[in-house]
Design a binder for this molecule. Structure first.
Ligand code: GLY
Length: 401
């Protein structure tokens, strides 16, 4: 079902970049015409504030959405071949003569590397992208992270807009300014915190997303309920089917996720504390992803679903969280068709030692000590710096058999 309310209204947007050369207006009062089914989530970071605009069919309004917030005369699109085949024409048409060119990369995690970063930056320079122009990162998490990182180093920083095309990137990776690339030593170990100027989350683009990808992205939606909002989690338990089929519930779930993320990013932009909560399920999950070779064997969201299950079950074993809450969390992930057990990963199963070694690569490790995001219940995640390693080893031994 698609809800399209055509009633037009005037809204005020929260653009507030007082120190910025691209400033349109120092006051938060940029006006635009949008339909009432469009949601705007402001990310308040002072001079680096921006809006996340969420709604059906926004790609066709890209130029309007950008030009009401940004005075750029030129932009370059960075995308991948899959997204280009499906949606590039629509974005180009909307941008019209401000589009200086397109850089189309191979799809997949392998693109997020030094080998692609160099030629991408050179291509953007060839297209004449200057300070004050825009890079538009048009794709899923890989393109968002790579395009954002290229923007952060090009001419010591040019502005960029995220146009995320997957559920996972709409609710997580496009928001909050984490950009970067992978190296053989691990995922996202090179990068920068560099905020976009705008996020355009066109929910219509999710119609072409393969179901498995959508489901994996949903794990990150459930994450926001599980980590900090028991009411939202309860709502998801009732409404997840409608989130999967589309319509107003889907837009609501994306909006709630972006609001939760924006609140955390506003409180702790550079992950010096609270932002680490967004990594619920990620210490276990990243290790599983690395074990599976960052391949189709296990998508990121699937790894996070197993990882969140492990975080709840480990918290329960440590006496921190009730069995009832732990089972409730796992039941919901299973109901949505997400994997929750290590043995559901196709192929061989990791040994506990393999997982521990991979966990030691986690970015939250400080002086060799692992930090975990554990839970006291649904919606009550917290950061735990001193996990008993022998209990962890016992737990992993049971989970990996
Ligand atoms: N995806 C976790 C973060 O943005 O902090």
């Amino acid at each position: 079902m698609r809800c399209r309310n055509t009633c037009k209204i005037r809204v005020l947007c929260s653009v507030d970049r007082v120190n910025d050369a691209i400033l349109l207006d120092a006051e938060p009062k940029v006006q635009e015409t949008i339909d009432t089914n469009v949601r705007i989530v402001p990310v308040g970071l002072g001079a680096r504030s921006y809006d996340i605009v969420i709604g059906d069919g926004l790609l066709r309004q890209s130029r309007n959405l950008i030009s009401t917030r940004h005075s750029a005369h030129r932009c370059a699109i960075v995308t991948d071949a899959n997204v280009a085949g499906l949606h590039l024409e629509s974005l180009k048409q909307s941008l019209g003569d401000i589009c200086a060119g397109v850089v189309t990369l191979d799809p997949g995690e392998g693109t997020k590397s030094f080998y692609e970063l160099g030629p991408l930056c050179e291509r953007l320079l060839e297209l004449g992208i200057e300070r004050g122009d825009l890079v538009i990162a048009f794709g899923g998490g890989v393109i968002g992270d790579l395009g954002g990182f290229a923007a952060s180093i090009l001419r010591r920083g040019v502005n960029y807009v995220q146009v995320p095309t997957t559920l996972l990137s709409q609710v997580d990776s496009s928001v909050g300014g984490k950009t970067g690339i992978n190296t053989p030593q691990g995922k996202n170990l090179i990068g920068a915190f560099y905020q976009p100027r705008l996020v355009i989350a066109d929910t219509e683009l999710l119609e072409t997303l393969p179901e498995r990808q959508f489901r994996a992205g949903y794990a990150e939606v459930a994450k926001y309920g599980l980590l900090g909002d028991a009411d939202f989690f309860g709502w998801l338990e009732q409404n997840w089917r409608n989130v999967f089929t589309g319509g107003p519930e889907r837009i609501h779930a994306i909006e709630m996720s972006c609001r939760a993320k924006a609140a955390i990013v506003q409180a702790d932009e550079r992950e010096e504390g609270r932002r680490a909560l967004l990594n619920l399920g990620h210490t276990f999950g990243h290790a599983l992803e690395a074990f599976a070779g960052y391949s189709d064997r296990l998508l990121h969201g699937e790894a996070i679903s197993i990882g969140m299950t492990m975080a709840f079950e480990f918290s329960n074993e440590l006496g921190l969280c009730s069995g009832q809450d732990s089972q409730r969390a796992v039941r919901h992930l299973e109901a949505c068709g997400l994997p929750t057990r290590v043995e559901q990963i196709p192929g061989d199963t990791p040994t506990p030692d393999q997982l521990l070694k991979l966990m030691a690569q986690d970015k939250k490790v400080r002086s060799g000590v692992l930090t975990f995001i554990l839970v006291r219940g649904i919606g009550e995640a917290f950061i735990e710096g001193g996990v008993d390693m022998s209990k962890l080893q016992d737990f992993l031994t049971r989970k990996c058999n």
